[in-house]
Design a protein around this ligand. Sequence first.
Ligand SMILES: [Zn+2]
Length: 412
Amino acid sequence: MQRKSGFSVLLILIFVTLFSAASKPEDPRAEITSLRYHQHLEFIRIVLEIDKIREFYSAELKNPERFYLDIFQAKLNPSLHGKSFELQSSCIKTFRLAQKNPSTVRLTLELYPNSKDREKIYYLKDPNRLVIDVYPKALAKEIKEPAPASTTNAKPSGQTATRPKEQPPQPPSPSSSGYSLVRQLGLGVKRIVLDPGHGGTDPGCLSRSGLKEKDVALDIARRLKRILETQGQFEVFLTRDGDITLPLEKRTAFANQKGADLFISIHLNASPKKTRTGVETFYLNFSPDPAVNELAAKENASSTKNIREMKLIVEKIIKNSKYEESRDLAEKIHQNLLNHLKHNFGPRDDLGVKGGPFWVLIGSEMPAVLVEVSHLSNQKEEEALKTDIYREAVATGLFRGIMEYVKSLGKG
Ligand SMILES: [Zn+2]
C-alpha cells in the first residue's frame, strides 16, 4: 500500500465528509417493482411487488366507473410508468399504474358499469406484495367450467394459460371499500391519546424570543390529531386542548381511562449546548445516563414526587409495563420524525431512543413514549418552530412513525 502523508489523509477525510454530507438524504418512498395479474375463476388478482409496506387507500368513482387504490409514500419503477393492461373480463376493462404525485402511486381500474361485487386488498410477505382481488358480481355462480386463467408479469402480451391451483392465502375477511391497511389487518390500535407537554402555570422550556414549549406542543398535537383523524380509523384524544395546568399523573390516568392503545407525549427540547438540534425520544425506564435524568427532572418538574421516590416506582413498574412495545413505538416515531425533518429541512442531530424516568409515562397501560420533537434552544430550529410548515412537518413525521408502528403489529 502506498504511503500517504497525514495531511493528505486528512484532506481525503474532509472531502469524504463533505461529499457524504452533501449527498441526498435517503428516499423514504417504497418502490413498486413489478405488477402481475391472474384471472382466477371467481376473481381477478392484481399483485404489486413493493419493497416496503406502505399505507394505502381505495375508493370508487363514477362516470366512468372506476376503482382506484392510492399507495402513499411510494414510487413506480421506471419500467412500469405509463403501462396499461387490457383484460378479457366481465368486470375490469383495463387497469393502469401511474405516479399520481411525487409520493403517491395510483392504480386505476376501469370497470364495466355495476359489474364489481367487492374487493379484498392485503399484504403478503417475502417478498412484500400488495394484493388486490376483485370479485365480479354474481359471475362465480354462472360459470360451470373453469375458465383459462392468465398470468403475466407486467406484460399483457405474454400471457400463459394456467389453471388456478392454489387458493388465495387467507386474506383478511372482506370489508367495504375505502378501508386502510390497519383495518384490513384487524389491528388493535383504535384509540390514541396525545399529550401536549406542560400547560397553564407550567410553560415548559422557553426560547430566546419567548416561544413557549406548552404552546408549540399543543399546536403540534392538534395538527397530529387532525392528520390521524383523516385516516378514518382512529379515535384521537388530547390530554389538554387548551392552556390549562394538568398534573403529569393525570395524563396517563386519562389515557388509561379512555382505554387508549397508544400514548404519545409531545415536548420541545432545550439544551445548554445551543448548537444541538434534532429529535430525542424516550420510553419509560431507569436511566444510567445523568443527561437523561437531568432532562427527566426538567420534564418532571411539575410533579410533587421526587426522583428517589420515582426510581423505586419505575423499577417496580418496568416489570409489568409495555416495555418492549413502548421501545418499539419510540424507535419508529423517532426514525420517521427525524428522517422527515432531515429530508425537508436538512441535517439535524439524531439524539437517539432512550429509556428515561418520566413521570408522565408511569402507570400507562399501553405503549407510551415521550418525544422531544426539536430544540427551542437552537436558533435555527426555534425560527423553524415559529412556522406552520415546520409544525406540520413535525406532526407528519410523528404520524408516519405511528402508522409504521401500527402496521408492524400485523407482521408478528
Ligand atoms: Zn417538556
